[in-house]
Design a protein around this ligand. Structure first.
Ligand code: TXA
Ligand code: MG
Length: 322
């Protein structure tokens, strides 16, 4: 007797290859209002067309995300960004220096821009970036629409840096995922807000550090916000692996899975040679692994708090608050 055949095209989510056919299929689904997870240079994003309130509503539903937490809009180039947001000289300098790449700018939303109001949660500003990842860029070009894309995980959980992480977290709640392998930076984009009074503020630390921004913007930076009503995604508890997390651990207790760094080797290491960029790229994969390990608790070695280490420690504090 023949075994019952299941058409793989019926399985959700569809697993699409990072090739021309995969990009075309992803674009077709997105134009029709569907949800597609796509790799970026930071983490996998859960994309929908940003001009459709219905499509954007499915992002919030799939993630279980509170509707007061606005989304980042992805566009293929600066010209597309300037059709949605008001750029001043500083914004143009940042775009020249860091786009395409892991920098999100919070800028005034242009009146009449074709963006569903649920994307910005009704704010007068828009968070926008031009991503560098070739898969995200190919799909943006193929669909010809700005794409809203938060990280492709259930709200509050650890962000995904592989297609497997996406499927494990969102499964049949999404239409498709394009498998582009592991993300290089591994930590979400730096978010910077440019203020009318000439000052600027990092709303979320990320791969592009304070000093790199200060080289372009000068040093009138306000302190990094922590309560940030303006960036409500920055909730204290976030990136939660579902187990207690202890920071700055020098050794493991009997019931702990220790994530090491440098001289502290642990059950697995973020970077045996103590390289913070390598640690960022492996952070979420190791949090996923520690969450799946038999030990009921997670401990993490100290990470130096400068450069991209600042962004790692920001995420670790939120993981521990969960
Ligand atoms: O690297 C990234 O930025 C990834 C990839 C997929 O591009 N995306 C990402 O999106 O991290 P998400 O939704 O997880 O984070 C969006 C953050 C939230 O903290 C949100 O509060 C903030 O951006 N945000 C969005 N619009 C904003 C606005 N108008 N003003 C201030 N913050 C805003
Ligand atoms: Mg997120």
């Amino acid at each position: 007797m023949e075994p019952a055949k299941m058409d793989p095209a019926d399985a959700r989510p569809a697993r699409l290859a990072a090739d021309a056919a995969g990009f075309a299929r992803a674009a077709t689904i997105l134009v029709a209002g569907g949800l597609v997870a796509l790799p970026t240079e930071t983490v996998y994003g859960l994309a929908a067309r940003a001009d459709s309130a219905d499509a954007v509503a499915t992002i919030y539903r799939a993630k279980g995300r509170p509707s007061f937490n606005p989304l980042i809009v992805h566009v293929p180039d600066c010209a597309a960004a300037e059709r949605l947001a008001a750029f001043d000289a500083r914004a143009r300098l940042l775009a020249q220096r860091f786009w395409p790449g892991p920098l999100t700018m919070v800028l005034p939303l242009l009146p009449g821009a074709a963006i569903a109001s649920s994307v910005t949660a009704g704010l007068a500003t828009i968070a926008i970036r031009v991503p560098a990842h070739p898969v995200m860029r190919a799909v943006l070009t193929a669909c010809g629409l700005p794409l809203a894309a938060p990280s492709a995980n259930r709200s509050g959980a650890v962000s995904p840096t592989t297609a497997e992480h996406v499927v494990a977290s969102l499964g049949a709640r999404i239409d498709a995922v394009v498998d582009g392998g592991a993300c290089a930076a591994g930590i979400e984009s730096t978010i910077v807000a440019l203020r009318d009074d000439g000052s600027w503020q990092i709303l979320r630390p990320g791969p592009i550090g304070h000093d790199a921004l200060a080289e372009v913007l000068g040093t009138s930076a306000l302190a990094v916000t922590d309560h940030a009503i303006e960036a409500p995604g920055q909730l204290a508890s976030h990136y939660a692996p579902g187990k207690p997390v202890r920071l700055d651990a020098l050794e493991a207790a009997a019931d702990e899975f220790l994530i090491g760094f440098g001289a502290i080797s642990g059950h697995a290491s973020l970077s045996p040679r103590g390289d913070p960029a390598e640690a960022a790229s492996r952070l979420y994969a190791l949090l996923h692994r520690a969450a799946a390990a038999p030990e009921p608790r997670i401990a993490i070695a100290p990470i130096p708090d400068h450069g991209i280490g600042t962004a790692i420690n920001d995420r670790l504090r939120r993981a521990a608050a969960g």
